[in-house]
Design a protein around this ligand. Structure first.
Ligand SMILES: Nc1ccn([C@@H]2O[C@H](COP(=O)(O)OP(=O)(O)OP(=O)(O)O)[C@@H](O)[C@H]2O)c(=O)n1
Ligand SMILES: [Mg+2]
Length: 407
């Protein structure tokens, strides 16, 4: 197979391969970029594999960065782009089911391709667009099949994360996992616990954001792999419920975790925090999801949000909540939701037209807890439209509040 219309990213990278070839070595595009091009999907990175050893690659280019030199990867910088270029290698050892004990650089493309995970990821392509297909990856791409290269169990022992990658690709590509590959996942699922949570998380998020999450979820359930994902062992009914939801699509990581929290019945801050801490997400994500789940609670309860709920949720988490609410069948019109948020008198407490200093100057309070309490009442009054966000009006209101608190 020769691909004639190569995407721009390949055109830009072509001179890199040609430079390596001119020095007497082999170099190819490899991995996901070849697979995605044949599928007509957009590319996110272009990876190059070469028979040149890292030191030889570095001699050929002016600007390189040692991004993973010990396993053969050098980044070549060219016209503002960076190309990860990895020397053909074989691996051995894998005592920890995560990474090889030893990497050996070799000069043979075939040796390099045969240690890769799936046939559709073991394709290589020359600078001219000729696809090199040593493991029948093209046929599998065409039929929509995920098949491990060689003996599936060996591939999963080399890196147990590949089992998660299989179910993730099933979701992204709507591919079926070939029976022997699926059996090997079923037999080795427990090895997933050897993998760093962060790596498993990335695959789980990609699965749920895929175009066919039902395909990925089905594979997770049939292989039992879900039992070895953090906090998922007892979640079979939850996963089945997800599967039963009519056609859904999640476009952000925030909505992934909001939907999961909701389906797992985790509705308060500490329960959500426990889930997300276990999965080692960022604190920012925890705040976002907590706000979005709060908004979902309100949407489910009353079909709308109060001004204060709008204010404290913020537009980003509101959007997340509404994406999830739509999947669950109680979504609102997004434009209307954004409009009611936009029409709030203020969007941040720092926009309040009085602050503590103003209250002191007007001799309404002395420093202390009373001041915070009065400011909070002012903020609430502005958000709910009771008082205009205007200093004089707020000082009058604050005086009234202070009086009532003093008596
Ligand atoms: N556990 C892994 C990870 C990667 N690879 C190989 O390295 C390539 C590049 O890996 P990566 O970029 O992580 O995955 P992609 O297949 O490119 O998928 P994505 O679209 O997510 O980048 C893969 O195609 C595959 O050949 C592998 O064999 N085993
Ligand atoms: Mg990739």
């Amino acid at each position: 197979m020769i691909l004639t219309q190569l995407p721009a990213a390949f055109q830009e990278a072509k001179p890199i391969i040609e430079t390596i070839e001119a020095a007497g070595f082999e170099a190819y595009f490899v991995g996901g970029c070849v697979r995605d091009t044949i599928l007509g999907k957009p590319l996110h990175d272009v990876d190059i594999a070469t028979s040149a050893f890292p030191a030889e690659v570095k001699q050929l280019f002016k600007r390189t960065v040692d991004t993973g030199i010990e396993h053969g990867t050098v980044m070549i910088l060219d016209h503002g782009n960076g190309y990860e270029t990895t020397t053909f290698r074989t691996e051995s050892g894998y005592q920890d089911f995560r990474r090889p004990d030893q990497v050996t650089f070799v000069r043979s493309l075939k040796e390099d391709l045969k240690r890769r995970d799936f046939t559709i990821n073991a394709l290589a392509m020359t600078a001219k667009g000729e696809v090199i297909d040593l493991f029948d990856g093209l046929a599998d791409l065409k039929r929509g099949v995920l098949r491990a290269v060689g003996v599936a169990e060996e591939r999963f022992h080399e890196d147990a994360l590949r089992m998660m990658r299989a179910v993730r690709f099933a979701s992204q590509l709507d591919f079926a996992i070939e029976p022997q590959t699926q059996q090997a996942i079923t037999d080795n699922a427990a090895l997933l616990t050897k993998i760093a949570v962060e790596r498993t998380r990335v695959e789980w998020e990609k699965l749920l954001m895929g175009q066919h999450p039902d395909a990925g979820l089905k594979s997770l359930l049939t292989t039992g792999l879900y039992q070895y994902m953090p906090m998922m062992a007892a979640q079979k009914p939850m996963l089945q419920q997800l599967l039963a939801l009519p056609d859904w699509h999640l476009s952000t990581i925030e909505s992934v975790w909001t939907l999961l929290s909701w389906q797992m019945q985790l509705r308060d801050a500490s329960a959500i925090r426990h889930l997300l801490k276990t999965w080692k997400t960022s604190n920012e994500l925890i705040s976002h999801v907590t706000a979005a789940v709060n908004a979902l609670n309100a949407l489910e309860r009353s079909g709308r949000l109060t001004s204060e709920e709008n204010f404290y949720t913020g537009l980003d988490a509101l959007t997340t909540a509404n994406q999830v609410a739509t999947i669950l069948g109680f979504g609102q019109d997004q434009a209307q939701l954004a409009q009611s948020y936009a029409s709030l008198p203020i969007h941040d407490k720092h926009e309040l037209a009085v602050n503590g200093g103003d209250l002191l100057k007007a001799k309404l309070v002395t420093p202390g807890p009373m001041m915070g309490s009065i400011l909070a009442t002012c903020l609430q009054a502005v958000i709910t439209g009771k008082v205009e966000n205007q200093q004089d009006a707020l000082l009058d209101f604050a005086r009234m509040v202070a009086d009532s608190k003093n008596h």
